[in-house]
Every structure is written in C-alpha cells, then in structure tokens.
Design a protein around this ligand. Structure first.
Ligand SMILES: [Zn+2]
Length: 551
C-alpha cells in the first residue's frame, strides 16, 4: 500500500497537508489547552477546536496556494513547522514576533547550540519526508467536470485551454467558502467556550502551529518595514556635562545575558554563586524587572527613553538613545560586544566585536567575556583624560548550552547538563550548569571592578551591571526565555542589577539613598536616566525620579 498517492488535485494536497500539520504540530497546544479545558467535560469542544484549527489553516492556505505556488509554500511550511514544533515541544518556546526577531538576529554558533539528534529527527520525520512526498506528487490539472462546465457557461468567450484553470480557481473558491462556513458554524455552536478561549486564555493561541508563527512573521515584517522607513529623531541636543568633581569619570556598564536575580547568592540564593562579589561593596537592586523577555527587545528598550510602556522598534531604534545623548554631551562612549550585536544601540558610537579571536584573545573555542578586558586598560589610557562610558555586552548565561558558557575551572557545581536537550537532563543538572555560568559572571564582574580600582587614582569610577532578561530552567516544563511578556513567568523578568562605586565617586553620590532605592521595585526604564546621572549629563530629557543614583 502506498502512503502517499502519485497524483492529487491541488486542493486535495492542500487539505491533506493542512490535516497533517494540524495533527502533528500542535502537541503542546493541546497539552496546555487540556489543563484549562479538561477532556472529560469538554470532549466536543476539544474536537471542534481540532476541526477549527484545520479549517482555518486550510482556508488560509487556499488563499495563497495556486498552481505553481502550491508545492513551494507547502514544503516551506512543513520544514519550518517541524523545527518550530521541536522548539515548542521541547523548550516551551513561543514564536511571537520577538522570537522571530531573535531567530533572525541570532548568530550561527548560538543556532548550532540548538541542534541535536532529536531536532534532526523532527526535521526528518515531520519536515523532510513529507516535503519529498509533496515534491514528487503529480498535480492533476483538471478538476471536477461540474466546475469545467460552469466555467464554460459563465465565461462564454473563454478559450478551451483556459477552462481547466478557471475551473480549478472556481473549485478553490467553493472549498474556501465551505471551510469558512464550517469554521463559523463551529465557533457559533460553542460560542461560550470560544469567547472564554479567545478572551481569558489568550496565551493558548500562541502555541498554535503554524498559524501563530505565520501571524508573528507578518508582524515582524511589518515592524521591520516601519523601522526602516521611519526617519531618525535626534533628541537630547541640549545635553551637556556638568561635572560634580574635578576628576575624569569612568563608568563601566555591563549588560548581562539571561541572568536570574534569584540565582545570585548576593540576593539570598542558597548556593554560593557570587563568592567574589560578596567580598565587594555591592549595592544589589533586588526587585528589578526587565523591559522584555528576550535580547532583541530588551537591549534596545533599556537604552531608550520610551520605556517599557511605549517602546517599539520603529520608535525606539529611530531615536537617540542614552548612549547617543551622553556621547553628544561630550563623553567618549565605547561598546564592546561578546554577544550577538548591540541591536542597533551602538550604531552611532564606537563598536568593537569580540565574538571572534580577531579581537578577543580568550577564545577556546568559545570567546569568553573576559577577553573584552584584555586591552581595555590601554584604551582607557589613550582617552586623554576624557570622561568615559564603556558598555560590555556579555555572553553571560546564554542557553541552552549553559555548559559551554564557562571555562572548565568554573565548573563548581556538579553534575551538569552536558546536552542542549534540556528536558533530558534533571532539574539539578540544568541548574548546576546554569549556576556555573553565574560563577563565571561573578568572576568577570570582579575583574571589571579590579580594573576600575586600578584607575581610581585619577578617575571617579563606577560599575553598573544588569541583565537583559531572566530564564526559565524547567519550571512548569518551560525552558529558556522569550515567552510573551503578558504571560511570561517572573523568572524570565526578574533580573539581577548590581552597582559598585569607588571611594571618590562614593563621596559624589548619596550611597545611602541609592541603597534605599535598591530595596524598591525598579525596572529597565530607569537605565536611561541613571546613565545620565552617572555621567553628570544634564538635559531636559532627564527625569530625576527614574535615576537610581539621584538623591
Ligand atoms: Zn538576552
């Protein structure tokens, strides 16, 4: 018996693949839906939901699949859905437009971190094999006789060779309308269930594959177009430095990656993950939340004046950010990157890429955050006593291959998860690997402080460290990050934020009041104003209430 026929009409092929995708891609969706709508009480509703997913997908496909476009579209959909299904089923990842942005902006080495045998199996069984079947099947040209007769009747002067095309088109329209009617009848028959499904359980639809990621792709494209066409707005042109001391200012801002507030021993975590920082005078902001749950959103947002409520890429990336304003005021601003990129934040200031051994002297083969510090002293010395703000964008705790993020000697907590297939490791192994990345971050930050101490003779120095977002380590079966903010667990939003000041700068700022603010709820929204405060930059944009260092 053949698994797949040799010849099929275009419509039958579309219906077949829509059925296949609905059946094989939505495991996580139905798993989550069953938690809200238990099977015993909602059998018919759940059945209707399955049919609705199928009818919606099939009608959507009929709109775009016509003759020559049919096979390429179906194959592309099969291949991407197999990989999206793999990520959703194994890591709980939701493909909203931020996740799509991240996917496009992620470096190839981080992408390879996600590749393993299981992902290959998903791709093979749910993507490649059905794609080959689609590629090989012959599409029959003529459709039913009824449509052919109808086509000849309504288009009297139609040339005979065009009759099959028109007939095929008419059949598409007919099937599309039937699907729309079925969808409407389903929604109306279970209207109570569907209104609660769409209103109160919005998070569920984010797991529908492929419909939700197709919607997200459209949103991503729309945001890209808006960002590239919006004119750049310069703000803070009145900014100037009004120094509160005679010495030069030297501030290092460390942008962390994927660090969780609750895995820092400084914040009370039971394992000693901050052995070095605990020996320093650190002010920890224990109640700090991020702007987003992924790098692509959080990083540009945290440097933007717009804040979490108003941030979007088109507005935020096309407007001077904190670094532009500080640079305009006259300080020298430098961005060193060992992460994916500055996400457009450093487009107008000095940027150095430390992701390869070209600049980074500590690559084995993973380029270490520490490598950004190797030549930093000579750069500081070259600045002719100018005020200096240095941003270090770290690789930090980027998952899922946590075990790759630290040199061997930092493997303090064992046993560790040594695969990127997190759900095959125990919670303890994942947590240990993750905590070792925090130990390495602790070491890195203490080296930054060491560098600043070496400069405190002729500069007022400070360090501000904060992560871009948190991470799920398997709680509720969710791994990694990037869950849409409205439904994201706290662990993806609560981030560590540490400040360190040398003796001379401690006399300029009111340390007691900073310590008070460190006990209150804070967010990435304060970074813009805090950086202005730390660099003594005055501008009308500055809001004292949002400056964590203001009295
Ligand atoms: Zn990140």
């Amino acid at each position: 018996m053949k698994l797949f026929p040799n010849k099929l009409s275009q419509i039958h092929l579309v219906l077949l693949i829509a059925g296949f995708l609905t059946l094989t891609s939505n495991f996580t969706f139905f798993e989550k839906t069953l938690l809200v709508y238990p099977l015993s009480e909602n059998l018919f509703f759940l059945g209707s939901l399955f049919i609705l997913l199928f009818t919606l997908l099939a009608s959507l496909l009929l709109l775009v699949c016509y003759r020559k476009t049919t096979k390429p579209i179906l194959i592309l959909l099969l291949l991407t859905s197999s990989l999206v299904g793999y990520s959703t089923n194994n890591y709980g990842i939701v493909f909203d437009h931020n996740m799509i942005t991240n996917t496009f902006e992620t470096g190839s080495s981080e992408f390879l971190d996600l590749v393993n045998f299981k992902s290959f199996l998903y791709l093979l069984i749910l993507g490649l094999l059905p794609s080959i079947a689609v590629w090989k099947v012959k599409l029959s040209k003529t459709q039913s006789k009824l449509e052919a007769e109808f086509a000849s009747k309504i288009f009297e002067n139609i040339k005979p060779q065009y009759v099959p095309h028109v007939a095929q088109f008419l059949e598409c329209v007919k099937v599309f309308l039937i699907l729309v009617v079925i969808s409407s009848v389903i929604v109306l028959s279970f209207s109570k269930h569907y209104s609660s499904f769409f209103r109160e359980n919005k998070h569920l639809r984010t797991y529908v594959i492929p419909t939700y990621y197709l919607y997200s792709l459209a949103k991503f494209a729309d945001s890209k177009i808006a960002t590239s066409t919006k004119p750049f707005v310069e703000i803070g042109l009145d900014a100037k430095i009004n120094k509160k001391s005679a010495q030069r200012r030297l501030v290092v801002l460390v942008v962390g990656e994927t660090a969780r507030s609750d895995h820092m021993s400084i914040n009370g975590y039971e394992l000693k993950t901050n052995p070095l920082l605990e020996q320093e005078e650190i002010i920890s902001f224990k109640e700090m939340v991020s702007c987003g749950t992924d790098t692509a959103w959080s990083v540009p947002c945290m440097f933007s004046l717009l804040g979490r409520d108003n941030y979007n890429h088109a507005g935020g990336k096309n407007m001077s950010n904190a670094l532009d304003v500080i640079s305009h005021a006259g300080a020298n601003v430098l961005w060193l990157d060992n992460n994916s990129s500055s996400k457009s934040v450093a487009d107008r200031i000095t940027f150095k890429d430390y992701r390869s051994s070209e600049l980074n002297s500590i690559c084995n083969p993973e380029c270490r955050d520490e490598g950004m510090l190797t030549n930093l002293q000579s750069f500081i010395d070259d600045q002719n006593n100018q005020d200096l703000l240095i941003v270090l964008h770290t690789m930090g705790s980027h998952g899922p291959a946590y075990y790759k993020r630290y040199p061997k000697e930092f493997e303090v907590f064992i046993p560790v998860c040594k695969t990127n297939l997190l759900n095959e490791c125990s919670r303890e192994e994942i947590s240990n690997a993750y905590d070792n990345t925090i130990i390495y971050t602790d070491y890195f930050l203490s080296k930054v402080i060491g560098l600043l101490k070496n400069n405190s003779q002729d500069a007022d120095t400070a360090m501000f460290y904060l992560s871009d977002h948190g991470e799920s380590l398997g709680e509720f079966g969710v791994y990694l990050h990037g869950i849409p903010y409205f439904m994201a667990p706290d662990v993806q939003k609560k981030i560590p934020a540490f400040m360190w000041f040398d003796e001379s700068i401690s006399r300029i700022f009111d340390i007691a009041s900073i310590k008070e603010k460190a006990q209150l709820s804070q967010s990435h929204d304060s970074l813009f104003h805090t950086l202005l405060g730390l660099m003594d930059v005055e501008t009308k944009l500055y809001e004292k209430d949002l400056d964590l260092t203001a009295k």
